[in-house]
Design a protein around this ligand. Structure first.
Ligand code: MN
Length: 753
């Protein structure tokens, strides 16, 4: 059989072939559908405005086509449709969505838009234009732009909502893009857009974005789970019906208006469970959740939710650890509901979510929906607070843009915990926050002086990780000041920024002493303290700046003894130039046998056949046949990762320009180290059987084998050298067919070494 090592990049051909007349009809059909959705929201004069925006966009894009071959204008119409139908936005946003790509891609200018539609719409279109240019430039600039955008976003959240609609439509139509583009866009989506959608409370969109990303980044796993979900659908439906029946009767008898149904969890979230818990699809218990949606008046909804909770837990026993009360403490993104997990028929755990119609709409449409229910909620406050926090951090920030992006993600897009001050005031912090983060969240002066904390009256260190419900008292001392170490255990952007500011200030103070020492020394030798001489010293000592030079002198890291070798030309000094360094040899490719020159012939990059130095990533251990990409690292050449690598989304989203399309060429001479985890029934001959298959039948080299048994089961890890994925797959299949073997999985983490 022909080797299947080569990754074939399929070009998807446009399937679109309509004549001009049909095309026009198609466009009008989409436009009419949009107007129908918008109808309930139209006020006098709106219809004409939307029409004008549509005509303006259609004219501007008239010569453009999407990769699928479709007329371009179908994209802005689809984005507008998502805004109206799926996010619940109105007329102004529809106009902006129709125009969102015009200023960026066509001859239309912001001035044109302003003339027709005025200031409000122009500002949003401007924000959208800025966002779209972000993701394609280099990283630091990208992060820099992202910062600017966040400022726009906090001016008008509609910018980000429309941008999310745009991204959703692009993801829905991603099949027409080239493979490397797909990977890049999909990574960006899981990395930034899905968390952003989550943060804005758009659960449906978040879920769809994640599923679509996975479809492109891990197509095999995606298809497998989708297939298993559909295969088990009937059985699941039967179970759900059985589970629901007694509840329905009870809730009905209590006189509530409600809906109850089972809803499958997303493929992406199931996949996360499989990975995190190391279980098989069949063992993931929460493949679905039951939802009870109550039609209750707003002033009664909380009470009703609790009543229904009580009815449900009368029927099925709840698990006390799995109770989540987001009624009393809604999430930062506005989510309100009561979640519980109960023991259903056949001893299965089932998650039940209870919420009112209003809460459900907010859960699905997020920010936009809450305007409808403005009264009596403090949702607007929550968003305002969130935006306020972002503004505060952005305002005082002069850190590296890439750091910022990371900080932003952990501080603003993560799930939050609720903690309390000694007076009982509630504070929301991102998951993973420590006592020190809490101190900084109260006030930066308290953070800087923090020496410890008491959680529920018990003394804990600064680095103590907080949990929801903790009550924290901060202990301060006037002698305390921030240290470099602190950066390792804070997660909030505010704490990080304040600590870095303080460290920089401290460094400057110390550097002043070094500057004084240097000035005196130079004076003594007859040299001037001027830009030329400082530059000379900076280069000689290989430090990044004059500040660092001064700082190192003060801390005695640089002792200036070498100044004796300096030659003086008047008051100018000259120091011997450092020799050019030998290029660093490429480090060993991480436990790969036969790592000889031949390695560099294994992979072909891009369209050409240029052979390049590379290494295989230690985080995911790719082998030929795996779906891979190349990542240009600084100093180490090309690093090859699997697209399923846990680090892939982060790399591709943040450093897209450094990702290179990579494919394997046939090679049967070199073998690669990989690992398998085997689980089965403990049996005397089991090791023998396994090694027989590996080294006997298949003649594969074993590099390590460890087996642990307990309670009649064993778990073993085997490290083997294989030539490619085909060989590995065969090995896995052979092992699986052995009697008593339950599961064979590939290890894809650092555990292969
Ligand atoms: Mn667009």
């Amino acid at each position: 059989m022909e080797s299947t090592q080569e990754i074939v990049v399929k070009e998807v051909l446009p399937v679109y072939n309509l004549n001009a007349e049909q095309e026009k009809k198609e466009i009008v059909r989409h436009y009419r559908a949009l107007m129908r959705s918008l109808r309930p929201k139209l006020k006098k004069g709106d219809r004409e405005l939307v029409r004008q925006a549509f005509e303006m966009a259609a004219e501007a894009h008239k010569t453009m086509r999407r990769k699928s071959g479709e007329p371009y204008i179908l994209h802005p119409i689809a984005v507008a449709m998502i805004c109206v139908e799926e996010i619940g936005l109105g007329v102004r946003s529809t106009i902006c969505a129709l125009l969102h790509d015009t200023v960026e891609d066509t001859d239309l200018t912001l001035e044109d838009v302003e003339q027709e539609f005025g200031n409000e719409i122009t500002k949003i279109v401007d924000g959208l234009t800025k966002i779209s240019s972000v993701m394609d430039t280099n990283t630091s600039q990208q992060a820099e732009n992202f910062k600017k955008i966040l400022l726009t976003l906090t001016d008008d959240p509609r910018v980000i909502l429309i941008k999310l609609a745009d991204r959703l439509h692009n993801m829905r139509t991603l099949e027409h893009m080239k493979r490397e583009k797909q990977l890049k866009i999909a990574s960006e989506t899981v990395w930034v857009y899905a968390p952003l959608a989550h943060r804005m409370g758009l659960y449906n969109i978040k879920t769809e974005l994640e599923d679509l990303s996975m479809k492109y980044m891990e197509p095999e796993n995606y298809k497998e789970i989708a297939r298993k979900l559909s295969e088990t659908k009937r059985e699941r439906t039967r179970y759900i019906n059985e589970f629901i029946r007694p509840l329905k009767e009870k809730i009905e008898a209590a006189g509530f208006q409600f809906e109850i149904y089972g809803r499958p969890k997303s493929i992406h979230s199931i996949w996360n469970k499989i990975k995190k818990k190391g279980v098989a699809f069949e063992e993931v218990y929460d493949l679905f959740a039951i939802r009870v949606i109550l039609d209750s008046p707003q002033e009664k909804e909380k009470e009703h939710c609790w009543k229904v909770y009580s009815l449900i837990t009368d029927e099925y026993t709840p698990s006390p650890e799995r109770m989540r009360d987001w009624l009393s403490n809604p999430k930062n993104n506005g989510y309100e509901a009561l979640h519980t997990t109960v023991m259903g028929p056949q001893g299965k755990w089932v998650e039940v979510q209870i919420r009112s119609k209003r809460m459900n709409e907010i859960a699905e449409k997020g920010l936009a929906a809450h305007f409808k229910y403005k009264e009596g909620t403090n949702l607007e406050d929550r968003f305002d607070k969130w935006f306020g926090q972002i503004r505060e951090v952005l305002g005082s920030q002069d850190t590296d843009g890439v750091d910022f992006l990371q900080d932003f993600k952990t501080s603003f897009l993560a799930e939050e915990i609720y903690v309390y001050t000694p007076k009982g005031e509630v504070k929301m912090l991102p998951t993973g926050s420590t006592a020190l983060d809490f101190a900084f969240s109260i006030h930066s002066a308290i953070g800087s002086k923090c020496i410890g904390a008491k959680v529920h009256h018990k003394l804990v260190p600064l680095s103590h990780k907080l949990r929801s419900g903790d009550q924290i008292e901060i202990i301060t001392s006037n002698k305390q000041k921030p240290t470099e170490d602190w950066l390792k255990f804070v997660v909030t952007a505010k704490a990080k920024t304040k600590i870095k500011d303080a460290l920089r200030e401290e460094k400057r103070k110390i550097a002043d002493e070094g500057k004084y020492i240097l000035q005196r020394k130079m004076e003594n030798m007859g040299a001037a303290y001027n830009t030329h001489n400082i530059e000379e010293l900076v280069q000689f000592y290989k430090v990044p700046s004059a500040l660092d030079l001064h700082y190192h002198i003060a801390t005695k890291l640089i002792d200036l003894r070498e100044l004796k070798e300096a030659t003086l030309y008047g008051d100018r000094i000259e120091l011997p130039k450092p020799k050019p360094q030998q290029p660093e040899p490429v480090a060993d490719a991480g436990g790969i046998k036969n790592s000889s020159k031949k390695d560099s012939e294994l992979i072909i990059f891009g369209e050409s056949s240029d052979k390049i130095m590379y290494q295989l990533a230690k985080c995911c251990h790719p082998i030929p046949g795996d779906d891979v990409f190349g990542f240009v690292s600084t100093g180490k050449g090309m690093i090859i990762h699997r697209t399923a690598c846990p680090n892939a989304p982060q790399l591709m989203a943040n450093y897209g320009h450094r990702v290179v399309k990579t494919k394997w060429v046939k090679n049967k001479e070199i073998s690669f180290l990989t690992g398998l985890r085997i689980i089965g029934l403990d049996d005397v001959g089991v090791v023998n059987k396994i090694t027989n298959v590996i080294s006997g039948d298949l003649r594969i080299n074993i590099s390590g084998l460890s087996i642990e048994s307990r309670e009649g089961m064993f778990e073993g890890t085997i490290k083997v050298f294989v030539h490619d994925k085909e060989e590995l797959d065969e090995l896995v299949n052979r092992l699986k067919s052995l009697q008593g073997i339950e599961k064979v999985d590939r290890l894809d983490t650092e555990s292969v070494t």
